[in-house]
Design a protein around this ligand. Structure first.
Ligand code: ZN
Ligand code: ZN
Ligand code: FE
Length: 746
């Protein structure tokens, strides 16, 4: 008795060798039928013996290809048709587009062997890939994921490549970017005018020589350009920093392999697994004391390290004996360059040589940045290897667009139970990044063929993202910044119940018009109550206070000592000039808004100790303060809780006393961190909610996060941290979606 089974699978099932796997499985079990990619995922009909069909249904999941993930399945028994063979059919392009676009995947071991093998036809070919690895998100133009819908469409496969592509049992069956040196993209080395200096493998050899000579190399990779220099050449690193206008921010390193990376940083088993996984992120790891690199991450205790994730990067690293700095190919905070002609123009002042290729990058995808914290490797910047995989929530959402905040912007789109979060876009400070922002929105709406019923945006009226939302012509839902942080960390953990969230960051506009950032919110996506916040202090000069944390230090002193602040400021060496102007700021609030920001409290107390009086990027003073802390010290400054106000004045007073006694910055920093952990635990105990969530940019501070996590766990609380989204504003668009969904459905 023949039966016929229909299986509809959705998830990460396209571009991962799923159809050849189905073909092999069906053939092995002597089943007839077909498999097809559609816009929802993979559709299979199999016909034959009932027991074999049941086996098929089980094994289609248990034996699935390595990179595949089935998120949703539907099985139906249908009438047998008498079909006798099994076939792979051409893609169907109709219907709702919910198939998962896969992220770009680092080169697999089998492809690396091909590239390294002198007898293989892909020996030294820098664009080698297969269904288990290679570009995806950066080359797909529209769904379903087929070669004519990718930026590989211009390359016609040679007979050998076409043969692999057509052969169901080949590793490259329907590998959309399949290519070789005879038919695929090619690499060139250019000078600053775009003149070709070398081609093919010679270009890679010459690029290595340029690096060895201390030159700055702009290298086109998977999702954009890197700027590279010899990481051990102090002059070259300084030159790159000067030209890129990036004086202090840490730079990432690309090391040859795990062994070589271990010479620079400590690597745990979990970290090693992440580095060598298909995601291949930049991982922030503790610097080794035997430091061969200076100037790369001068103020941090960690170093961002990644391994070569394409054959091109691997072949380039093979040319040089040193690790290379590999930082985003952009000027300051602009979006990463993706086009070689554009790069000549935009990176003209920075790079000496250009290693380019002619496979178009359809959308920019930066390197992801992750760290290992509280037992898991978690993202700090979500892009290559992670985007655009969705966060799956526990209910069906209306179709919504969320436009994120201002810094570290991402956007998000909800379809059904999926929230698709864009790759990292960046700070919306420049015209170029605002263009990247609107391009990414258009791209997402187009890719998923979505028509959102509303647009969620931050409460802040001056953000470029807010202005875009208000002008886009769709209904808008304003979402309070820290409520979005809370909703994001809950969604990331699949929690809908009321939770106490510590949402600590730089700045976000509160519901009362004050700048928030040191909040304890009790609630969920549907509602929240502000159960506590830092005692407000002024930001003298507004934005200037962020660039000059000594101003915040002065404002803190003013709140503690009033007129006595000036003598303290003078004694500890704050660069107070124009006292009368500053007095109008701290006393009368001239151009000096109130804030309750934990991030600024970090800056201000760091500046009291003399660290980071003037900074070049947000969080620099706080990072230096964390790096300075004595991690063995248990003592804490006093900090008080008066109703819903966290009174930090005793803390500042005690810190001033320590400074006067010439206590070390390591001691002061430790006591400060420990005081904040004390107040987190005290508030959790007082509130009594069994779940505590930590979100916001301050929880990129390892000392704060690990201590709070440990103490809360010991005290019996369930502690939620971000898992697949960053705790900073990069995760905000996810939270905005969840909050807006509740508002829209009411
Ligand atoms: Zn491969
Ligand atoms: Zn070929
Ligand atoms: Fe924030």
């Amino acid at each position: 008795m023949r039966s016929r089974l229909r299986l509809e699978l959705s998830g990460a099932v396209q571009g991962v060798g799923f159809r050849p796997f189905v073909y092999r499985l069906a053939t092995e079990l002597c089943l007839a039928g077909w498999v097809i990619n559609d816009s929802r995922g993979v559709l299979i009909e199999v016909e034959g013996d009932r027991r074999a069909l049941e086996q098929f249904a089980a094994r289609v999941e248990s034996d699935r290809p390595e990179q595949a993930e089935v998120l949703d399945r539907k099985l139906t028994w249908v009438d047998a048709t008498g079909e006798e063979t099994f076939a792979i059919r051409h893609s169907d392009q109709s219907g709702e587009r919910t198939v998962l676009v896969l992220p770009d995947l680092a080169t697999c071991a089998a492809c690396l062997r091909d590239v390294a093998d002198p007898d293989n036809r892909r020996h030294t070919y820098p664009f080698t890939n297969c269904t288990n690895c290679g570009p995806r998100f950066s080359i797909v133009e529209r769904l379903p994921y087929d070669r004519p819908h990718t930026s590989m469409k211009a390359f016609v496969m040679c007979p050998a490549c076409q043969g692999e592509y057509n052969e169901p049992l080949d590793r490259r069956f329907h590998a959309q970017p399949n290519a070789c040196s005879a038919c695929g993209p090619a690499v060139h080395l250019w000078d600053r005018r775009g003149t070709i200096l070398a081609a093919g493998h010679e270009a890679i050899v010459a690029a290595g020589a340029a690096l060895a000579a201390g030159e700055v190399l702009a290298a086109k990779g998977l999702g954009g350009f890197h700027l590279m220099v010899d990481a051990t050449n102090t002059d070259a690193v300084a030159r790159l920093r000067r030209r890129k206008r990036r004086p202090a921010k840490p730079l990432a390193i690309m090391a040859h392999d795990l062994e070589r990376a271990r010479e620079l940083v400590d690597i745990s088993d979990a970290a090693a697994a992440a580095l060598t996984s298909p995601r291949a992120p930049i991982l922030l790891l503790a610097k080794r004391r035997s430091e061969v690199i200076t100037g790369v991450a001068p103020e941090a205790t960690t170093l961002g390290v990644m391994l070569p994730y394409t054959p091109l990067h691997r072949l380039l690293l093979e040319q040089v004996p040193f690790p290379v700095v590999a930082t985003s190919g952009n000027l300051s905070e602009e979006p990463i360059c993706t086009n070689e002609h554009d790069a000549l123009e935009r990176l003209g002042e920075i790079a000496d040589r250009y290693l380019v290729h002619d496979r178009p990058i359809h959308r920019h995808v930066d390197d992801s940045v992750m760290w290992e914290i509280c037992g898991e490797v978690r993202p700090l910047r979500r892009a290559r290897g992670l985007a655009p995989l969705p966060v799956v929530v526990r209910r069906t959402l209306p179709c919504l667009l969320a436009v994120g905040a201002h810094l570290k912007n991402t956007i998000a789109l909800s379809i059904g139970e999926h929230v698709f979060i864009s790759q990292h876009i960046g700070d919306l400070e420049t015209l170029a990044s605002q263009e990247a922002f609107t391009r990414t929105i258009d791209d997402f709406l187009d890719l998923y063929d979505a028509d959102p019923v509303a647009v969620a945006h931050d409460l802040h009226p001056d953000y470029a993202s807010t202005r875009w939302a208000e002008e886009c012509g769709r209904p808008c839902v304003p979402v309070q910044h820290h409520h979005a942080h809370l909703a994001a960390v809950l969604a990331d953990n699949g929690v809908e119940d009321e939770t106490l969230g510590f949402t600590w960051d730089g700045v976000g506009l509160g519901t009362d018009g004050v700048i928030w950032g040191g909040e304890a919110l009790l609630g969920n996506a549907a509602r929240f109550e502000r159960v506590a916040h830092l005692m407000p202090f002024r930001l003298p000069g507004g934005d200037a206070a962020q660039r000059e944390p000594w101003r915040v230090a002065l404002a803190l002193l003013w709140e503690v000592y009033g007129d006595g602040a000036w003598s303290h400021a003078e004694r500890i060496g704050l660069p107070v000039v124009e006292r009368s102007a500053l007095e109008r700021m701290v006393a009368d609030g001239v151009r000096s808004p109130w804030c309750t920001s934990a991030g600024r409290l970090f800056d201000g107390v760091a500046a009291l100790t003399g660290l980071g009086h003037v900074v070049s990027h947000e969080g620099q003073a706080a990072m230096a303060f964390e790096a300075a802390a004595d991690t063995d010290a248990a003592a804490a400054y006093p900090i008080a809780l008066a109703g819903d106000v966290i009174d930090w004045r005793p803390l500042v007073d005690a810190a001033i006393e320590d400074i006067d006694q010439a206590a070390g910055i390591d001691t002061i920093a430790a006591r400060f961190h420990n005081a904040l952990v004390d107040i987190v635990v005290a508030l959790a105990v007082r509130t009594g909610c069994p779940r505590v969530a930590l979100s916001g940019g301050c929880f990129q501070n390892r000392l704060l996060t690990e201590r709070a996590h440990a103490r809360l766990t010991t005290a019996g609380f369930e502690v939620l941290l971000h898992r697949s989204t960053p705790p900073n504003d990069g995760g905000l668009s996810l939270g905005q979606i969840l909050v807006a969904a509740d508002a829209v459905e009411q």
